[in-house]
Design a protein around this ligand. Structure first.
Ligand code: NAP
Length: 274
């Protein structure tokens, strides 16, 4: 996405994936400084681990417990989080305002944390979190004021379902087309009010098993590509002081996804880098 935009805009800039092992996070960050990089994105599993190596981390990223964007300026490294804002921009683009509506998050990992924070900030409430590991869901809800845990069983989910206007899959179930033996939503037929919105953070495939199920429940659907594109657009604001070109990002991402089939968008590209 970034390189496509640099090319179209005629900028001399370059974005490249750098696989980093868990033991090398500090060295990789020191390398950014040493090599004079303008900035970086950080992805799973290093979004939290990177924090101690930065000179500053902004309050939103601290609250989310995750840095996905680094700016290197005047020898200082600053960490921020554009996943939270990217998720909200994708809802806005879809014409959905979460304010005053209940939300249910499926999953309690890193992405769920950012989504819970985003929804609370946007005025959604209550924001329920159902995770198969109750300790993780409870920890998330302790850290994000306004989020409440829901037990991982159909009866508990059905008990809150009438108040859910936005249902978000924050698990990797359905990623790259892989089917889970029993998807979490399998036991939740007919419990959510029709007309709400189901969001899947997964963007590959664009129509995921969760979204197909949600359509059958009478819910509107939104895939994760918008969040991916808008977190990138917001990262440009951090690096370049202006919002990145979302239309170019969408085009580039869709081209890459269709050419790689069920491959990963974040895998290193084949062939020489330009
Ligand atoms: P994560 O930290 O590993 O968390 C995954 C969560 O899903 C955990 O709560 C995990 O439970 C749960 N889970 C995994 N498999 C499950 C299953 N079979 N049934 C029920 N729950 C299951 O991952 P993450 O970083 O939050 O990412 C989650 C998804 O969001 C991924 O698909 C990722 O690609 C996507 N994502 C998309 C964007 C975007 O820009 N669109 C941004 C970030 C993430 P346990 O803890 O018990 O394993």
């Amino acid at each position: 996405m970034h390189n496509a935009a640099f090319r179209e805009l005629g900028w001399e800039a370059w974005y490249t994936p750098c696989p980093v092992s868990r033991g090398n996070v500090g060295a990789a960050v020191a390398g950014l400084r040493a090599l004079g990089f303008l900035g970086a994105n950080v992805t799973v599993p290093h979004k939290e681990a990177v924090m101690p190596y930065l000179d500053e981390v902004d309050p939103l990223a601290r609250q989310a417990g995750a840095v996905n964007t680094i700016l290197c300026r005047d020898g200082r490294l600053s960490g921020s989080n554009t996943d939270v804002g990217g998720f909200l921009l994708s809802l806005e683009e879809a014409g959905f305002d979460p304010a005053g509506r209940g939300a249910l998050l499926i999953g309690a990992g890193g992405a769920a944390r950012g989504v819970a924070l985003a929804l609370v900030q946007a005025g959604a409430g209550p924001v329920w979190v159902a995770g198969r590991d109750p300790a993780k869901a409870a920890a998330l809800c302790r850290d994000v004021a306004g989020a409440e845990p829901v037990a991982w069983d159909a009866a508990a989910v059905a008990a809150v379902a009438a108040g859910v206007g936005c249902l978000v899959n924050c698990t990797p179930v359905g990623m790259h087309g892989a089917a889970a033996a029993t998807p979490p939503w399998e036991g939740w037929h007919g419990v959510f009010p029709r007309g709400g919105l189901a969001v899947d953070l997964i963007y590959n495939p664009e129509r995921t098993p969760f979204l197909a199920w949600a359509e059958g429940q009478g819910l509107g659907t939104l895939g994760g590509l918008g969040m991916l594109v808008h977190q990138a657009a917001l990262a440009w604001e951090v690096w370049f002081g202006r919002r990145g070109p979302a239309e170019i990002f969408y085009r580039a991402a869709r081209t890459t996804l269709s050419s790689r089939g069920s491959g990963r968008l974040d895998a290193p590209p084949e062939g020489p880098l330009e």
